[in-house]
Design a protein around this ligand. Structure first.
Ligand code: SF4
Length: 381
């Protein structure tokens, strides 16, 4: 296939859906006893609802929406620290747009901007670098947020700043990695997971081998998937076939983009710039060992934490209460659907989000709401 339309071909989708229904029957999965498949990536969550795949697949297949949206797993404490940095004198705080509306304990970045902080949306850390070049009398801070998909570009911007000798550019590093939270979910005795649809973009960087522990240690299948409807349907079918056949392997449906061993240039940049933090706090999942990255000492001149003394710190665990009535942690761990949250569609909407899952388009609650399931809890499902 060469053109995107071919990945949305209705005939091919119908054939895949018929095969999914057949294999689901062979497994014996039903609405009462479904196969639970977690799509780890928020981009997949969004695509599943955008294309209505949750309604097209049989009732015996239940999607569990995983923690793969970096904005959604951002604890309120991190937002508070961003606001604190942005409100320092002579700071230009730069961030991707989707982090602007995430609520902190007192305000979001958007509210801080309205209060006078110099906060600017950028499309890339290179935009922040350019701001630093043009504003030598200001400290330009880039909010490094995201999984392995965005981590290399932040690393490259730090290497570039070092090469240029820029002294007014730094990164508030909140980059996180995908494999550790999967392990936490698999270790959770309350979690019922039968297989995974693995992240496409992250895997483009890290390859498929970081997931080997899923079949090897937990006996669960994982299929790395693309983002078009046929990609996702084919991936679900591949997971179901593994379950039916009693296999557990890492398979790569997205091989047109994802190399087995990842992208060596990106991996080298990440290894040069970052090291693992002993632990890092995730919204809904708590502290997870070696799940966050910090900037190595040799690049301390570009590390906002080191420069300003604000930030996570290596060994500091800070729990901040979530807003009252917010069920983000339960949604993120698959215990309830978004419509099961008492705030859904009433106290929490994309216009006035209470929790992070309603802020980002990759959040499960926003995806539910955007693609039609707008009913509050008492009439939903
Ligand atoms: S509806 Fe809002 S508060 Fe409830 S789980 Fe979703 S994002 Fe969180």
């Amino acid at each position: 296939m060469r053109y995107v339309e071919e990945f949305r071909d209705p005939k091919a989708a119908k054939a895949l859906l018929a095969e999914i229904a057949r294999v689901t029957d062979e497994i014996g999965a039903t609405k009462a006893k479904p196969v639970h498949i977690m799509e780890i990536c928020g981009g997949h969550t969004h695509a599943i609802f955008r294309y209505g795949l949750d309604r097209l697949t049989p009732e015996g297949v239940e999607f569990i929406h995983g923690p793969g949206c970096p904005v959604c797993v951002l604890p309120m404490a991190r937002v508070d620290e961003c606001v604190q940095i942005a409100e320092q004198p002579d700071v230009i705080f730069t961030t991707f747009g989707d982090a602007m509306r995430v609520p902190g304990t007192k305000k979001s970045l958007l509210q801080a901007k309205a209060d006078g902080a110099d906060i600017r949306m950028v499309y890339s850390p290179l935009d922040a670098l350019e701001l630093a070049r043009r504003n030598p009398d200001k400290e330009v801070v880039f909010f490094g947020l995201g999984f392995e998909t965005t981590t290399p570009s932040t690393a490259l911007s730090i290497q570039q700043a070092a090469a240029e000798g820029l002294t007014n550019f730094s990164v508030f590093c909140n980059h996180i990695t995908v494999p550790p939270p999967i392990k936490v979910l698999l270790d959770d005795p309350h979690m019922v997971l039968d297989g995974f649809v693995g992240p496409g973009h992250v895997s483009m960087v890290i390859g498929t081998h970081p997931y080997d522990f899923i079949p090897e240690d937990y006996g669960k299948p994982i299929v790395v998937a693309g983002f078009e409807p046929l990609d996702l349907l084919q991936s679900v079918l591949m997971v179901l076939r593994q379950i039916r056949d009693g296999r557990a392997e890492v398979e790569n449906q997205y091989s047109r983009v994802v190399p087995e061993h990842g992208n060596p240039v990106s991996i080298a940049a990440m290894e040069d710039v970052y090291e693992k933090r002993p632990s890092f706090a995730w919204r809904g999942l708590g502290e997870i060992d070696e799940s966050g990255l910090r900037i190595r000492d040799k690049y301390a001149a570009f590390d906002t934490e080191a420069k300003m003394g604000i930030g996570y710190g290596a060994e500091v665990a800070r729990e901040v209460e979530e807003p009252e009535g917010c069920a983000c942690s339960q949604v993120m761990t698959g215990r309830i659907k978004p419509t099961g949250c008492p705030q859904y569609g009433t106290g929490c909407t994309p216009e006035m989000p209470l929790g992070a899952l309603m802020v980002s388009s990759e959040g499960a609650c926003a995806a539910y709401y955007q693609y039609g399931q707008r009913r509050p809890v008492e009439t939903a499902e």
